[in-house]
Design a protein around this ligand. Structure first.
Ligand SMILES: Nc1ncnc2c1ncn2[C@@H]1O[C@H](COP(=O)(O)OP(=O)(O)OP(=O)(O)O)[C@@H](O)[C@H]1O
Length: 303
């Protein structure tokens, strides 16, 4: 697999603020890649640099080998960006908007693909509706459609599901997954960590303009999150001393234990049995990206 996106030592300042402080990343063709980080971490700035909308102060970015500054037009053609902000021209219908966007890329007679996009984004019945009459969620769908009109091999989605209802989210992800299955590289930023966990094969976490974690989703979960075992003991019993170190008392009288793997559940149960303590209620929650994210961010702040 070739390199879809190459980002090398990219820096960007806004006055005194260092928005990007030396970002290096490589995203392979066909990846579903997540770019996560708290508000202000630099995700949108990095995407703007990739799309040629902002110029980095230092470093290089390339899309499928095309430098985004030196070879702007070709790099831009290889990229489809769904922006975070709802910007649109209120005077055109949905179809006109998509035809105009096709025109920017020199595409005529693009209606077959436009119809397919509209159908997949559940916008077909809005094709002749004026943009200003659409709801916020519908406008967001049009932004997604606009990014796809030229069938870009690399698709960047900057928080595409903010303010979007559950049904569209599912439809959108189904469509994006299909495109990914057909070989399109997908780069996603989102604050919905469940979505990132379900969709992304690899994730970079940004904090204050730096990459503070970069790994497969699986490895990030393994390293930074644990199985959480919630236990309520009969008669409000205390935990045996051997378990106390890995547990914290909850406000409702239950205990929360952080376990590295399933085998640890067995050790906990054996320890309770030996101490003659009965269990009233027990729940096991798998590792999740939200916990991993919080831990990575806390670690970042310390160093
Ligand atoms: N045009 C600009 N002028 C000045 N500062 C800017 C500009 N654009 C972004 N910034 C600042 O750069 C930093 C990074 O912003 P950016 O929008 O890239 O973050 P983000 O990770 O996308 O955040 P969010 O999750 O809120 O979208 C922030 O501190 C922001 O205030």
């Amino acid at each position: 697999m070739g390199v879809a996106v190459s980002i090398q030592q990219v820096e960007k300042r806004f006055g005194a603020l260092q928005a990007l402080a030396g970002i290096s990343l490589e995203i392979a063709e066909g990846e579903f890649f997540g770019l996560l980080g708290p508000n202000g971490a630099g995700k949108t700035t990095l995407i703007s640099c990739l799309a040629g909308l902002a110029r980095p102060d230092a470093g290089r970015l390339a899309v499928l080998g095309r430098d985004v500054v030196a070879d702007y037009r070709e790099a831009r053609r290889l990229l489809g960006v769904v922006p975070q902000e709802l910007v649109f021209d209120p005077f055109f219908t949905v179809r006109e908007t998509l035809r105009i966007q096709s025109g920017y890329f020199g595409l005529r007679d693009n209606d077959a693909w436009i119809d397919e996009i509209l159908a997949n984004l559940d916008l077909a019945d809005k094709a002749d509706t004026n943009m200003r009459r659409l709801s916020g969620g519908m406008k967001r769908r049009v932004l997604v459609a606009q990014a796809l009109v030229h069938k870009p091999p690399v698709i960047v989605l900057d928080e595409p599901t903010a303010g979007v209802d559950v049904e569209l989210r599912q439809g959108l992800w189904q469509f994006i997954r299909r495109l990914n299955g057909e070989g399109h590289t997908i780069i996603l930023t989102t604050h919905y960590l469940e979505e990132a966990e379900a969709l992304c094969g690899r994730i970079a976490m940004l904090q204050q303009g730096r990459v503070v974690a970069l790994d497969s989703t699986e490895n990030l979960l393994r390293e930074f999150s644990a199985h959480a075992l919630s236990l309520r003991l009969a008669g409000g019993a205390a935990l045996p001393a051997a378990l106390a170190g890995m547990a914290s008392a909850q406000a409702d009288g239950s205990w929360l234990l952080s376990l590295p793997d399933f085998a640890a559940v067995e050790r906990v149960l054996a320890s309770l049995r030996e101490a003659g303590i009965a269990i009233e209620d027990m729940r096991l929650t798998p590792p999740d990206l939200e916990e991993a994210f919080v831990r990575v961010m806390q670690r970042g702040r310390v160093s």
